[in-house]
Design a protein around this ligand. Sequence first.
Ligand SMILES: [Zn+2]
Ligand SMILES: [Zn+2]
Length: 328
Amino acid sequence: MSQWLNDSMKIIPISLPTPFYIGTVNVYLIAEDPITIIDTGPKTKEAVEALRAGLRQAGLAVSDLRRILLTHAHEDHCGMARALRDEAKDAEVLVHGWETGHRAGRLEYEEHRQLLVRAGVPPDEVEAMRAVYDDVRQYADSLEEDHVGELRDNAELEFETGALRVVHTPGHTPGSCSFLREADRTVIAGDCVLKRITPNPILSPDPIDRSRRFRSLAEYLVSLARVRSFSPTLVLGGHGDPVHDFEELFNRYLRAIRERQSKMIRLIPRNGATAWEISRAMFPDTDDVHRFLAVSETVAHLDYAHSEGKLAMEIGDGREVYRKLAAD
Ligand SMILES: [Zn+2]
Ligand SMILES: [Zn+2]
């Protein structure tokens, strides 16, 4: 067995700096045909230099890349995809069809604005979030529609000495994907599994019905259970150290989610509150940059608690107001 594994494809992590609070991002190189990189890092000089150095250590250059897989289309993961594709002379770029962050002219401001208004975010805060978003956007180049192929759930990506299976793991974003090497149950999980922090479910329109919002936390819990069903021996996340004990992390996540839900429900005043108001009570010290993440997280929890029948929700004045049930 070990003999055989030694011959199988190597997954080489390369850590790249990002200008974001999260710190470095991990991309993964599969240094055999077709030479593949999973995620790219943001579009910064520092990240591209670190990536070139990482490739060089493996005896490779950007021009050798044949395939670029994106776990999801956040700027720290997809930012350089366009530049790498161009430099590698039309390397194939693959991303799940439910991702939108890499698309040219994606700016779904209107859809997002409506989701924020419904969550009770005041107009000046919506504007501030838009400014933050515009700022983050500079770290990614868009890809044209015909530059991108689709990652499909369960598809098998073949390499010279092994294969990766695409596992659609929505939650953090609707089109987040992980990659499973069945031979030794290694999972490359993007931001679905992070060692130190519980990944943030980001407020997004539902990919099927864009007037609704994506039920990110419910989807995320299903994705976590799916990863668990592989009994992974090693999970490689988009940030931080590898996870060797997924079972421990899985239970820790569930506990954290449950605790956060109870705390959030307790914070709802007698006369009800919007997700925005609850997010300000829940995360009082967040600065501008992180208020969008805070309200995303809050909406995700409230949606989930509502779907579990733990909260009432009604729409007044175009905004959703959550109330505790009488029995609580
Ligand atoms: Zn992300
Ligand atoms: Zn990330």
